[in-house]
Design a protein around this ligand. Structure first.
Ligand code: IMP
Ligand code: MG
Length: 183
């Protein structure tokens, strides 16, 4: 039987269903369970990277059964569907993270440059430990030496939108994740 693909248009581009919301939430709950186990009694601080990670951060936090806290920073590197390679920090960290166990929450690791810069920045405040949780990871695109500790899904080198991820500002409200459709 042929699978029916849902197509959405965002700006000038067409995208097709790639990961539906049930699959996403099931995996997010698995990551939450894993983090709950790994951080028993540690009261980790989740640091969501805006804008893309807001939905993942929210669902992930709800899946963590241990006491934990959340805050956000904002980093930006993308213009359109291309990583610019230049990472800007737009909202600074407001919390004191010295001696805290922090988990950086990212929507997607592509070249890895955003996370490399984030790790460097947070390291300067001397947390006791730092890990990365990313919903999506494009291993073929990685340009730096980076370990992603919690990965939702490894995906191929194709632009995606939905569940918080955008294409020039739009598409974040889609419940499923869509992949750029090859014409
Ligand atoms: P990196 O610095 O190249 O790893 O890029 C990471 C950032 O680029 C992520 O936080 C996303 O905001 C954005 N990004 C990377 N790939 C995609 C994609 O396929 N769709 C939407 N945003 C993406
Ligand atoms: Mg992002």
């Amino acid at each position: 039987m042929e699978e029916v693909q849902n197509i959405v248009k965002v700006h000038d581009l067409s995208f097709q269903t790639f990961l539906d919301q049930d699959k996403i939430l099931k995996r997010v709950h698995e990551l939450g369970a894993q983090i709950s186990q790994d951080y028993q009694g540690k009261r980790p601080l989740l640091i969501g990277v805006l804008n893309g990670a807001f939905m993942f951060a929210s669902d992930l936090m709800k899946s963590i059964s241990e006491p934990c806290e959340v805050t956000f920073v904002r980093m930006a590197s993308y213009a359109g569907t291309e990583s610019t390679g230049k990472v800007r920090r737009v909202i600074e960290l407001q919390e004191d993270i010295v001696n805290r166990d922090i988990i950086i929450i990212e929507d997607i690791v592509d070249s890895g440059r955003t996370m490399e810069k984030a790790l460097e920045y947070f390291q300067s405040f001397e947390p006791s430990s730092m890990k990365i949780a990313s919903l999506l990871f494009k291993p073929e695109c990685l340009k730096v030496d980076l370990k992603v500790d919690y990965v939702g899904f490894e995906i191929p080198e194709k632009f995606v939108v939905g569940y918080g991820l955008d294409y020039n500002g739009l598409g974040r409200n889609l419940k499923d994740i869509y992949q750029l459709k090859q014409e």
